[in-house]
Design a protein around this ligand. Structure first.
Ligand SMILES: C[C@H]1O[C@@H](n2cnc3c(O)ncnc32)[C@H](O)[C@@H]1O
Ligand code: ZN
Length: 434
C-alpha cells in the first residue's frame, strides 16, 4: 500500500522525457514518487482528489535570507548600499537567535503556503534556522553569512562559525538540510578570505553560496581594487565550480558569462529584488542561451517584499522581454524550468520533476479560480495569471505540509503572532539605539 495517491489532476511533469498527463495519478511511498501514470490499481493511506488542479513539482527558491521577514517593509525605496549600510545592517546588529527563529518560521510558513519545497538561505544564527527547517518539513541549503570586511581576525571568527555550522548541519533532517559556506560577496570579503573559504569548502565537500555583481558599485569597486571585475577575480583564484551558487550576477560582460558557464556555476536570478533596489537587469536570456544553469530566487523580504515564486516567475519573464525588446524572450515554460528543474539542480536535490524515483516534493495548484479561466495553456497560467494563494497542497519528502489550504506542520496563527511580536520588539531596540 502506498502512502499517498494524488488522482484526477493535470500532471505537469516538467520532465523532458515524459509528457504531461491530462488526468493522471501520482503515487508516493517512503518520501519518493513511485509512479506517474494515467490510472493505478494501487491503494494508499491518503488519497487526494486533484480534480480541477495542476499537480507539479514544488518551487525551489535559490536565494533568500529567511529571517529577514522581520524586516518586511522596514526600509523601502532605497538604493542597495544606502539600504544595507544605513538601515539593514544597523538593525541586524540587534538581532537575536529567537528573532531569527521567529522570522524564519514566518518565512517557512509563507513558503509552504506559496508552493516552495526547498530554499537556499544565507543569514545569521543559523542553528535557529536549522531547527526551524527541521521541524517545518521543508528542504533547505543553509549557509552562515560571513562578512569579513578585510578584517583578518573577524575573518577567522567568521570562517570558524561557518565551518562549525557546516560540520553540524550538513545532511541533517534525513538529508533535507544541506549546509553551505556563505561568503557574503566579493566586495565585502577580501580575496585572501575567499581563497580560504574555497579551500575549506572543498575540504568539507560543502557548496558555496555568494552574492556576485549585484550592483554597478560592486563592479566599480572591484575594478579599482583588483583591476578586474568580481567574476574575473573569483576565476583567478579558482573559486568557481558546479558547487557554487552565485546570486544576482547582473553586471556581467560576455566574457564573464562564458566563465560562469564554463565552470558550471549556478546563477540565482532575483528579478523582484533587482527591480526594487534598482540594481539592474541580469542577462538571463544570454546566460540561458549559453547553457548556464539559471534558477530563481526571491532574495530577502526586505527587498522583495515577499517569498512568492509565482510573482518571481512573472517578473523574470516580463523583465527579459522588456530588456531585450523581444516578447518571445523567456517564455513561460522556460521560466517554470528555472523555478523547478534548474533550482533543484543548483541545490543538488532529486526534486524539480514529477518523475518516478524523484523526491515526493509536489504541489497542487487550484485552477478553479476566476483569474485562471478559461485555460488554454497550463505553463502560461502558472507564470502569468496564478499567484501564491492558488496553492492548495504542498508535499515535501512525501509528507503533506499543507492540505487543501490548511497548513498542518505548524500553527499558522501562532507563527504570525510570534513573528509580529518579535519584529515589534526588535525595531523598538533598533530605534532606542538611534
Ligand atoms: C547575509 C547578509 O546579506 C544581507 N543581504 C540581504 N539582501 C542582500 C542583497 O540583496 N545584497 C547583499 N546583501 C544582502 C543581509 O541583510 C545580511 O546582512
Ligand atoms: Zn541576498
Amino acid at each position: 500500500m502506498a502512502d499517498i495517491i494524488i488522482k484526477n489532476g493535470y500532471i505537469l511533469t516538467m520532465d523532458p522525457s515524459a509528457d504531461n498527463i491530462k488526468n493522471g495519478v501520482v503515487v508516493i511511498e517512503d518520501g519518493r514518487i513511485t509512479d506517474v501514470c494515467e490510472k493505478t490499481e494501487e491503494t494508499a493511506d491518503t488519497v487526494i482528489d486533484a480534480q480541477g488542479s495542476v499537480v507539479m513539482p514544488g518551487f525551489v527558491n535559490t536565494h533568500t535570507h529567511a529571517g529577514m521577514t522581520l524586516f518586511r517593509g522596514y526600509a523601502d525605496d532605497l538604493a542597495l548600499s544606502d539600504w544595507l549600510e544605513n538601515h539593514i545592517w544597523p538593525a541586524e546588529v540587534e538581532l537575536t537567535g529567537s528573532d531569527v527563529y521567529a522570522g524564519t518560521r514566518l518565512a517557512c510558513l509563507e513558503m509552504i503556503k506559496s508552493g516552495t519545497i526547498a530554499f537556499a538561505d544565507m543569514y545569521f544564527f543559523m542553528d535557529e534556522v536549522g531547527k526551524v527547517v527541521e521541524s517545518s518539513g521543508l528542504r533547505a541549503a543553509l549557509s552562515y553569512g560571513m562578512i569579513e570586511l578585510w578584517d583578518e581576525e573577524k575573518g577567522k571568527r567568521e570562517l570558524k562559525e561557518g565551518k562549525s555550522f557546516v560540520n553540524e548541519w550538513n545532511g541533517k533532517a534525513d538529508g533535507r538540510i544541506s549546509a553551505m559556506y556563505g561568503p557574503h560577496a566579493p566586495n565585502t570579503c577580501s580575496k585572501e578570505f575567499l581563497m580560504k573559504v574555497r579551500e575549506q569548502a572543498t575540504e568539507d565537500n560543502a557548496k558555496i553560496h555568494i552574492h556576485v555583481l549585484e550592483t554597478e558599485a560592486e563592479l566599480n569597486q572591484m575594478k579599482e581594487q583588483y583591476g578586474m571585475c568580481s567574476v574575473n577575480m573569483l576565476d583567478s583564484i579558482d573559486f568557481f565550480g558546479p558547487d557554487v551558487l552565485a546570486a544576482h550576477c547582473i553586471w556581467l560582460s560576455d566574457g564573464d558569462m562564458d566563465i560562469l558557464r564554463n565552470n558550471n556555476v549556478n546563477i540565482s536570478h532575483n528579478p523582484v529584488s533587482n527591480m526594487k533596489l534598482a540594481s539592474g537587469i541580469a542577462p538571463v536570456t544570454k546566460l540561458l542561451d549559453r547553457g548556464a544553469n539559471v534558477c530563481l530566487g526571491t532574495d530577502g523580504c526586505a527587498s522583495n517584499n515577499n517569498l512568492g515564486m509565482f510573482e518571481e516567475m512573472k517578473a523574470a519573464a516580463l523583465l527579459q522581454k522588456v530588456d531585450t525588446m523581444d516578447p518571445m524572450a523567456l517564455p513561460a515554460r522556460q521560466v517554470l524550468e528555472m523555478a523547478t528543474v534548474n533550482g533543484a539542480k543548483a541545490l543538488d536535490i532529486n526534486s524539480g520533476m514529477i518523475r518516478k524515483g524523484y523526491n515526493a516534493d509536489v504541489i497542487i495548484v487550484d485552477m478553479n479560480k476566476a483569474h485562471l479561466n478559461p485555460l488554454y495553456d497550463v505553463p502560461s497560467h502558472l507564470v502569468y495569471s496564478a499567484g501564491s494563494s492558488d496553492v492548495r497542497t504542498t508535499i515535501v519528502n512525501g509528507k503533506v505540509l499543507m492540505d487543501d489550504y490548511g497548513v498542518v506542520c505548524m500553527d499558522e496563527q501562532k507563527v504570525i503572532d510570534e513573528a509580529r511580536d518579535a519584529a515589534a520588539d526588535l525595531i523598538s531596540r533598533v530605534d532606542a539605539k538611534k
